[in-house]
Design a protein around this ligand. Structure first.
Ligand code: GTP
Length: 204
């Protein structure tokens, strides 16, 4: 069975979006990264609860001139990784702006996870746990700290988001919910939408 998911990484320029993606896809770290121009995507096949999930991950450009382009991509996205740099307070403050952009440009509630990157730079961390806790409580966000350089917690972060999206369902529940018993199980937004509306019909 195959599950199709679309994820997107957003956050300010230089927070480490491309590095996180490359680390997740190919366990790589490169100190000299070019800024992303526009959008790039990679696909990873992940095993989830016995299903093969085809996870398409879009890496976006943090530079402001690309914002309009990025915003067009929120529409049929299943999950968003909101990324900031633990050593850069501005990038944390700007998460609010990124959240507003998502809200203004999506027509459904997309699962989100907040990621503080560069946890290896211990001496330079200036975004405090307190600030992060308060923000996450206010916005009801899950939070994870990662280091793409040291390969710490990166796959964990992706898996947490993916599990949120599939709602920790068991295999049988996934099949039952989506009513699909052939080879393709697509969990794209259109199916979720279909699922919610058909469920509503049943119970009313
Ligand atoms: P844009 O493409 O401009 O949006 O930037 P980006 O968010 O994709 O950042 P990118 O991945 O290009 O990384 C920016 C810089 O941060 C690079 O020099 C990376 O090597 C560095 N970097 C990324 N992740 C880490 C990390 O976990 N630890 C440390 N120490 N450096 C990191």
């Amino acid at each position: 069975n195959e599950l199709n998911l679309k994820l997107i990484l957003i956050g300010d320029s230089n927070v480490g979006k491309t590095t996180i993606l490359l680390n997740y896809i190919q366990n790589d770290f490169n100190e000299f990264m070019n800024p992303t121009l526009g959008l790039e995507n990679r696909v990873k096949i992940v095993d989830i609860q016995g299903f093969k999930a085809k996870v398409q991950i879009w890496d976006t450009a943090g530079q402001e001139k690309f914002n309009a382009l990025t915003q067009q991509f929120f529409r049929n996205t299943d999950g968003i990784l909101l990324i900031f740099d633990l050593t850069d307070k501005n990038s944390f403050n700007n998460i609010k702006k990124w959240l507003n952009d998502v809200k203004a440009n999506s027509d459904h509630s997309i699962k989100k996870i907040l990621i503080g990157n560069k946890s290896d730079m211990k001496d330079q961390i200036c975004v405090t746990k307190n600030m992060i806790d308060n923000f996450c409580n206010e916005k009801e966000l899950k939070y994870m700290e990662v280091s793409a350089k040291n390969n710490e917690n990166v796959s964990n972060a992706f898996e947490t988001l993916i599990n949120e999206i599939i709602g920790n369902r068991t295999n049988d529940e996934i099949l039952e919910d989506f009513g699909i018993n052939d080879h393709t199980l697509s969990l794209s937004y259109s199916n979720i939408n279909y699922l919610t509306s058909s469920k509503k019909k049943k119970c009313c």
